[in-house]
Design a protein around this ligand. Structure first.
Ligand SMILES: C[S@@+](CC[C@H](N)C(=O)[O-])C[C@H]1O[C@@H](n2cnc3c(N)ncnc32)[C@H](O)[C@@H]1O
Length: 209
């Protein structure tokens, strides 16, 4: 938790309490439904929560922004971002129902009013969003094909509406057909060696009528 406060020193008391509660909630849920590998659960705050908040180092969502988290699993990056941006609306989806049960359980326990969680396949999501966030779901070409018609037309941020994807390693081959993608190194923001190769990929997408 100290790590979260180190990089996000302006949290309110409520946000601090909500981030603290994640420790118990994820350990508890993970015993019933495995959403975080046993190897990683002890690094919950670095590898899952802080990593999710990496998106916030690139993008400060304005109040009223709508964000879709595709393949959220146990709620990453959606849940940490929903705590940090209480006035942004987050729609968290995953194709596996029991993962959404965990997400709903965590959102309920934290009384997050800005989270809607649903068991759904990405390709079948209706509606449009300012941004679509994700981590560890699929490669960029497939991802874009799933969500390309779900982007809002009106931009209200400096970064254009589109995808904010947490990815690691060498992305040259995967992103070769996306020359307008911008990579932001999380190592510029977080010291832990876990972030050495981690990036946020911003891919602006045009509204398709
Ligand atoms: C490796 S997990 C990552 C979970 C989470 N994003 C994280 O980083 O911890 C990938 C998740 O994507 C979900 N998924 C895969 N294909 C999907 C699709 N077409 N629509 C929605 N969810 C999908 C899987 O069910 C799984 O929960």
């Amino acid at each position: 938790m100290d790590e979260i406060l180190k990089y996000f020193p302006d949290l309110t008391d409520l946000q601090i309490e909500q981030f603290q509660k994640l420790d118990f909630l994820y350990h508890d849920w993970n015993e019933k439904i495995n959403v975080i590998s046993r190897k990683d659960i002890d690094s919950l705050y670095t590898k899952h929560i802080l990593h999710s908040l990496g998106i916030a180092k690139i993008m400060k969502f304005e109040p009223g922004t709508t964000v879709l988290d595709v393949g959220t699993g146990g709620g990453f990056p959606g849940i940490p971002l929903a705590i940090l941006f209480p006035e942004t609306r987050f729609y968290l989806i995953d194709v596996i129902a029991k993962k959404i049960k965990v997400v709903q359980g965590v959102a309920d326990a934290l009384e997050l009013k800005n989270v809607k969680a649903e068991q759904k396949r990405a390709e079948l999501v209706k509606g449009d969003f300012d941004f679509i966030v994700s981590r560890a779901v699929t490669n960029m070409p497939d991802f874009v094909s799933w969500i390309k018609d779900k982007i809002k037309k009106q931009h209200k941020h400096k970064l254009k509406n589109g995808i904010l994807y947490l990815k690691g390693g060498d992305l040259a081959e995967e992103l070769k057909d996306f020359p307008n993608a911008t990579l932001y190194n999380l190592a510029d923001h977080f010291e832990d060696e876990f972030f050495e190769t981690k990036k946020v990929v911003h891919l602006p997408l045009k509204f398709k009528p």
